[in-house]
Design a protein around this ligand. Structure first.
Ligand code: ZN
Length: 143
C-alpha cells in the first residue's frame, strides 16, 4: 500500500496482488487509527462477498473468480476483540456491466484500488448482539 496524509486522513493506493481487507487492517494497526470512514474504487479478483441472513444469523458467502471493476467500495473502521474490524461493502461489475455486490470478506487487487480514509483517533469498538448475531458498533449516546 502506498499512501499520503491529508487534512482529513489519508489517500491510499493498493497494489496488484494485495488483499484488500488484510491491507486495510495492517494499515489501521500501523497508523493507530481509532475509527475511519472508507471510500474507494478500483479493480479486484478472487473476491469473497456476503449477504447477512438474519434468520440464520450468519453470512451467505459467494466466491467470485473473475475480474471485476469495483464501482463503489464504502465502509468503516472499528475494533473487535482488540483487532481492527474493517467493515466494507462493494458494488462490482464484470465485462457484462451488470452490477452485483455485498459485504466484502476478501478480494485481491488486480489493477489498483484507490481509497480515501477520513480518520479519527477516537477508538470505536464492536460488540456481538445476541438477538441479531451481528457485531454492532458500540456507541455511547442515544438521541
Ligand atoms: Zn457488512
Amino acid at each position: 500500500m502506498k499512501f499520503t496524509g491529508t487534512e482529513f486522513g489519508y489517500i491510499a493506493r493498493l497494489e496488484p496482488g494485495e488483499e484488500i481487507i488484510a491491507s486495510l487492517s495492517s494499515f489501521v494497526k500501523a497508523r493507530a487509527i481509532g475509527t475511519a470512514s472508507i471510500s474507494g474504487i478500483g479493480a479486484a479478483g478472487e473476491l469473497s462477498i456476503g449477504y447477512f441472513d438474519r434468520s440464520k444469523k450468519e453470512y451467505i458467502k459467494k466466491g467470485l473468480s473473475g475480474e471485476y471493476e469495483i464501482l463503489s467500495l464504502t465502509g468503516n473502521v472499528s475494533h473487535f476483540g482488540g483487532e481492527p474490524w474493517i467493515h466494507v461493502h462493494v458494488v462490482l461489475s464484470g465485462a457484462d456491466f451488470a452490477a452485483l455486490g455485498g459485504h466484502l470478506f476478501s478480494g485481491k487487487v488486480t489493477v489498483t484500488v484507490e481509497l480515501a480514509l477520513v480518520v479519527s483517533d477516537e477508538r470505536i469498538e464492536r460488540k456481538e448482539d445476541a438477538a441479531s448475531g451481528f457485531r454492532r458498533l458500540e456507541l455511547e449516546q442515544s438521541l
